[in-house]
Design a binder for this molecule. Structure first.
Ligand code: ASP
Length: 347
């Protein structure tokens, strides 16, 4: 039997002892053993910039990615994450998030969490302060409260108005009416597809000690059924990290990825020697092959939705792919500015 993971053993294995004792990150080795790299979904330029600042100071990759995604969880203009995220069908914001820390092989996640802006930090607290991996709904909220997270209304006026527009135009058989003229007929005829969207941030990094970590955080599918959980908080689907290999994460239609568990597959394909972009394309092909329902396919038999994957190896190689073109990912390799790179794509 392996020796029990005592607090002292955990702190010294992770280098956190130095952090805890001095309150500052451990000193950088003269010659960093690993080149730090941070990647994120296309909305994550400022996240990778922040993550790289921390990585260059010697921070653990998990601290770096969480600090990066916190910028988007805070940003009311990003309606796909944290504060200002689009709500569920009842107008309530419900967040999903997951984190994985490669060096200790631990993971934490929360799903359908209400009223707490930093779902990523609550997920991290699950990793650090429970013997569980995933907490959901009311239990996740109680846990967050117990750890002193501040409750607040996450619904901004902009997100509420978007929800109201969706509700009022969903059907002409209910009693909700969008703004209209006295003589308008057939109002509210289902703009459901047009107004609904996905959005999330996935951020992965390698630190100077070769530690690999990742985080995926989201308000999930806009106007979802309350309690719906996407791929983001499901380890293996929306995020996977293996400290010997690298990390992968996703954005896009969570239902498709939940049925494919793509992130763990991408990491396994990279273990077998595939480059990140190649492994991500393979995940896209598998999703396309698995999608059989006519309502999800266009006239040429291609999925009508999009899913994107982002992957990083421990050696710092990075790439990504999506089903449909026009998508980008953010990267910072510590040399120059953060930049956006085109994702490879199937269609
Ligand atoms: N994948 C997320 C979900 O399905 C949403 C997104 O990435 O847009 O909840």
């Amino acid at each position: 039997m392996p020796p029990p993971l005592t607090r002292r053993r955990f702190l010294s294995a992770t280098g956190l002892a130095a952090l805890t004792a001095a309150g500052t990150p451990p000193a950088l080795p003269a010659q960093p053993a690993h080149r730090p790299v941070a990647i994120a979904s296309g909305n994550g330029l400022k996240a990778v910039t922040r993550a790289m600042e921390l990585l260059q100071q010697g921070a653990d990759a998990l601290d770096a990615v969480i600090a990066g995604v916190n910028l988007l969880e805070d940003d009311p203009a990003d309606q796909s994450v944290g504060y200002g995220g689009l709500p569920n069908e009842e107008g309530v914001v419900e967040l999903d998030a997951s984190v994985m820390h490669g060096p200790t092989g631990r993971g934490g996640a929360v799903a359908a969490l209400q009223n707490i802006r930093y779902a990523s930090r609550v997920a991290r607290r699950v990793l650090e302060r429970t013997d569980h991996v995933l907490l959901v709904g009311a239990g996740a909220l109680k846990f967050a409260r117990a750890h002193g997270f501040r409750e607040e209304n996450l619904l901004t006026d902009e997100a509420r108005e978007a929800w109201l527009r969706w509700k009022e135009t969903l059907s002409n058989l209910d009693d909700w009416l969008p703004p209209h003229e006295l003589d308008t007929r057939d109002i509210g005829q289902g703009l459901k597809e047009a107004l609904r969207h996905y959005g999330t941030i996935n951020c992965n990094a390698v630190d100077v000690r070769g530690g690999v970590s990742g985080c995926t955080t989201t308000s999930g599918l806009a106007f979802k059924i309350p309690g719906r959980v996407g791929d983001s908080p499901i380890l293996g689907a929306g995020l996977w990290v293996d400290n010997d290999v690298g990390a992968a994460g996703s954005t896009g239609r969570g239902e498709a990825n939940l049925l494919a568990c793509s992130s763990v597959m991408i990491v396994e394909w990279m273990r077998q020697g595939r480059a990140p972009t190649d492994a991500c394309l393979q995940a896209c092909r598998r999703i396309a092959a698995q999608t059989k329902m006519k309502r999800l396919l266009d006239a040429e038999g291609r999925p009508k939705f999009n899913v994107s994957f982002y992957a990083l190896t421990k050696a710092g190689a990075h790439g990504g792919a999506s089903l449909w073109g026009g998508m980008k990912y953010a990267v910072n390799t510590g040399e120059g500015e953060s930049r956006l790179v085109d994702l490879a794509h199937l269609y």
